[in-house]
Ligand binder design. Structure first.
Ligand code: ATP
Ligand code: MG
Length: 556
């Protein structure tokens, strides 16, 4: 579909720029994460967009860590971000930068602005600065320090760098206009004092540039032609343009697109961090999290996520994307690639009364009807099988075409069986279903002439292995927890994870490795989890199946 869709507004801008020979026809984008959390599906949108545009227009895309805030950033996040981006894209980026690499350059930019009389050191406290900012209806008031001489400002700024002052004692501000209609241009802060250790520069600096003074200039330093960010920065653009103009540096242009939101989850890193820290989930990579690492662990594929991002495209207005669309993309991809296997999640025993004790059949069955190259596997069959409890009804409902006294079904890839009876315990629970089988109905060589309406999956009791299965539901009970009244955490779905500690799987599945995907027939797509041990495999359900079984039934 990507080939056919019309150009999005960013592509239109880029094609126009190329046609006009702007920037020598070069396209250079960047993805600028702040390493203060793990990447989520919203970031995936931005990654696919920025790297995608570079690829489409033979340009370049930098990975740049916007690591100007020493307090919230950690190396763990840097590592996870790199891992997730490479996984998502399927390739490694060419250029990797850190805004902290530009600290010296940014300091020099600040000095240049001071020298031009366009920046000053202010002694006002944060409260004083806020109080004199004015409002949309009222102009702000000039700081008493606003008219300091260039020489004094240079000396004070150097002293700030040299650690002569405590946190908050002084700031460096741009000298723009305290009555500017855009409040962000009312002498914005450029530097603040923070005696804090930085994950890369250590204790070299005790002044740090504000995001607004670092971000745009970092783009310029890297000669980013199209600096794409989310809408909340639209009002910052005039400020970035002001710095560029006054400094006479590379004119990166900013373009805004709407943040992507996904239903039934939250996307802000601050909120995700709360979920992690307060143990509402088991870490950033919990399969219920909207993080890239959580989705990977759950069994979502990189290709499916890319397809999702491509499908939703870019928009100029904030909107909510349906989680169902992401699940659809996951299903589409896994349908083509995941081998089919049989696993019984809620078992009851089926005994084939006319099948000889100790005998077994080994069926060769195909792994994936969508992919011949996936080959075949051996499937052992014996007198006693596990089947799903829900595949038997003592008193069948209308249109129940599975097992009930007197009814026939096909056991997938094996025989047709007919239900002859069942056993119950004292509590009235069915403990065994009894069937006879038709030897002439053997799959692939069926001479019975019978057609049955139902096909069910099964696992031979004698050959079965056990595993743990984790089933997931939406993390939140409401579509948009962030817009609801009160604490977003009060909308957490208490049933978002269901653990089945012991299910039965066919023996071929016992070799599953972490990250491998399977379709458990009729039960969904599953992925082997990192909690798997040599004693016990653990599978996460990525997504349920649409009912593809009707099709399967015809094939026998
Ligand atoms: P959060 O609100 O989750 O903390 P952020 O914008 O602070 O997000 P950054 O690390 O600064 O996180 O984001 C890196 C890039 O990803 C930015 O260019 C940002 O615009 C983009 N981005 C972040 N969230 C989304 C989203 N939900 N949809 C699209 N792009 C996003
Ligand atoms: Mg940000």
């Amino acid at each position: 579909m990507s080939e056919e869709r019309s150009l999005n507004f960013l592509e239109e801008i880029i094609e126009k720029d190329i046609a006009e020979g702007k920037n020598g026809g070069l396209v250079h984008t960047r993805f600028p994460p702040e390493p203060n959390g793990y990447l989520h599906i919203g970031h995936a949108s931005s990654i696919c967009l920025n790297f995608g545009l570079a690829k489409k227009y033979n340009g370049k895309c930098n990975l740049r860590f916007d690591d100007t805030n020493p307090v919230t950033e950690e190396t763990e996040y840097v590592e996870s971000i790199k891992y997730d981006i490479e996984w998502l894209l399927g390739y490694k980026w060419d250029n990797e930068f850190f805004a902290s690499d530009y600290f010296e350059q940014l300091y020099q930019f600040a000095v240049t602005l001071i020298e031009k009389g366009l920046a000053y050191v202010d002694d006002s406290s944060a409260e004083e600065i806020a109080a004199t900012k004015g409002s949309t209806t009222e102009p702000g008031r000039n700081s008493p320090c606003r008219d300091r001489s260039v020489a004094e400002n240079l000396q004070l700024f150097a002293a700030m760098r040299d650690g002569k002052y405590k946190d908050g004692e002084k700031t460096l501000r741009a000298k723009i206009d305290m009555a500017h209609p855009n409040l962000l241009l009312r002498d914005p802060l450029m530097y603040r004092i923070k005696h804090a250790h930085h994950h890369r520069t250590g204790d070299k600096w005790c002044i740090y540039p504000m995001y607004d003074f670092a971000h745009g200039q970092s783009d310029s330093i890297e000669h980013i032609t199209h600096s794409i960010c989310t809408l909340e920065f639209i009002h910052h653009r005039p400020l970035y343009d002001w710095f560029i103009e006054k400094l006479g540096i590379f004119p990166s242009k900013q373009y805004e697109f709407a943040r992507r939101n996904l239903s039934y989850t939250v996307m802000s890193k601050r909120k995700l961090l709360q979920l992690v820290n307060e143990n509402h989930v088991n870490g950033w990579d919990d399969p219920r999290m909207p993080t890239i690492s959580g989705m990977r662990r759950r069994g979502y594929t990189a290709k499916a996520i890319r397809e999702f991002c491509d499908t939703i495209g870019v928009a100029k207005r904030e909107n909510m994307v349906d989680l169902g669309l992401l699940e659809f993309c996951v299903r589409e991809d896994l349908n083509k690639t995941a081998n089919r296997v049989m696993a019984v999640l809620d078992p009851v025993k089926l005994v084939i009364t006319n099948y000889p004790d100790g005998q077994e059949d080994i069926f060769e069955t195909i792994n994936n009807p969508e992919d011949e190259s996936a080959g075949t596997r051996s499937l052992p069959f014996s007198k006693e099988l596990w089947i799903e409890r829900e595949d038997f009804m003592e008193e069948p409902a209308k249109k129940f075409f599975r097992l009930a006294p007197g009814q026939m079904v096909r056991l997938k890839s094996a025989y047709i069986v007919k239900c002859e009876g069942f056993k119950k315990d004292e509590a009235g629970n069915v403990t065994e279903v009894h069937c006879s089988y038709l030897p002439e109905s053997k799959s692939g060589n069926d001479t019975s002439g019978l057609t049955v309406k139902g096909t069910i999956h099964w696992v031979s009791v004698a050959h079965a292995k056990t595993a743990e299965v984790r089933l997931y539901d939406r993390l939140f009970k409401v579509e948009d927890p962030s817009s609801e009244e009160g604490d977003f955490k009060s909308y957490i779905n208490p049933d978002s994870m269901k653990v089945l500690p012991q299910v039965y799987i066919e023996p071929a599945l016992a070799v599953a490795k972490e990250g491998e995907h399977y379709q458990f027939m009729r039960k969904g797509y599953f992925c082997a989890d990192k909690d798997s041990t040599s004693e016990k495999l653990v599978f996460n359900r990525a997504v349920t199946l649409k009912d593809t079984w009707a099709k399967e039934a015809k094939k026998g």
